[in-house]
Structures are given as structure tokens and as C-alpha cells.
Design a protein. Structure first.
Length: 132
């Protein structure tokens, strides 16, 4: 389980640098990042490797933030692993609302936000214990 923070940033040079500098100053490791740019602003999603609540830091610095809990899954970096995961969730009517990750080497990390967190955790535990 990891925390994800979603914020709006102005679409201008240095905005992302100033934002991620806050995490560095707090000693928080960023394990995932994504962005979407829309005209004058961008939506940034950052997943962090920390149990600390960081919303107050972002609010103090003037950011409006949404904090969500994501599932961090380590998968082998080989063809078909992601399809197994998405099929499992689809078959149990769990919607994936956010997904991003890396697959540059073994293992790869996938970050998921889902419609039913507890059900997903239970399914994943059961499914991957059978794989061992």
C-alpha cells in the first residue's frame, strides 16, 4: 500500500521542480509519478514510499491535494503478467481507476487505484499465493 497525492500545478517551467522539492526536503521517496497537461495547468499524481500523511505539508505550501491509497504490486517483468492481473480484477467486477508503473527490469512495479480496495487485496493475496 502506498499513498498517492494528486495536485494541480501551473503549466510553466520550474513548477514541477518546486513541487517535488517539497518531498525531497521531507525525505520522502517518490516511487511513481504521472502528469497530464491541460492548457494553463497540469494534474500531477505522485506515489510515495511513506506512511506519513503529507497532505498538511502540501496544504501549508498552498496546494490543494487529494490523497488516495494505492496498491503497489511487484510483478515479474515478462509478457502476460499484466494481463493476468487485469483479467483477475475484471472477472471480479473491480474497476481500475488509475494505473501506472515501470517495466524496465525485473521486477516491475505496478501502482493501482481500484474501485474496491479490500476486495482487491484479498483477491491478490489468494491469487498470488496459489502461484507460489
Amino acid at each position: 500500500m502506498v499513498k498517492q497525492y494528486t495536485v494541480f500545478l501551473p503549466n510553466k517551467p520550474g513548477a514541477l521542480h518546486s513541487f517535488i522539492e517539497l518531498f525531497a526536503k521531507e525525505g520522502v521517496n517518490i516511487i511513481g509519478i504521472s502528469s497530464e497537461i491541460h492548457d494553463e495547468s497540469g494534474i500531477i499524481k505522485i506515489a510515495v514510499d511513506s506512511d506519513r500523511k503529507l497532505s498538511y505539508i502540501l496544504t501549508r505550501e498552498g496546494f490543494t491535494t487529494l490523497e488516495t491509497t494505492m496498491i503497489s504490486i511487484i510483478l515479474p517483468d515478462k509478457p502476460g503478467e499484466l494481463i493476468k492481473l487485469t483479467k483477475l480484477l475484471a472477472e471480479h467486477s473491480i474497476n481500475i481507476t488509475t494505473i501506472y508503473g515501470t517495466a524496465a527490469g525485473t521486477p516491475s512495479r505496478i501502482l493501482l487505484n481500484v474501485s474496491d480496495l479490500e476486495k482487491t487485496l484479498s483477491l491478490l493475496k489468494e491469487f498470488y499465493e496459489k502461484q507460489i
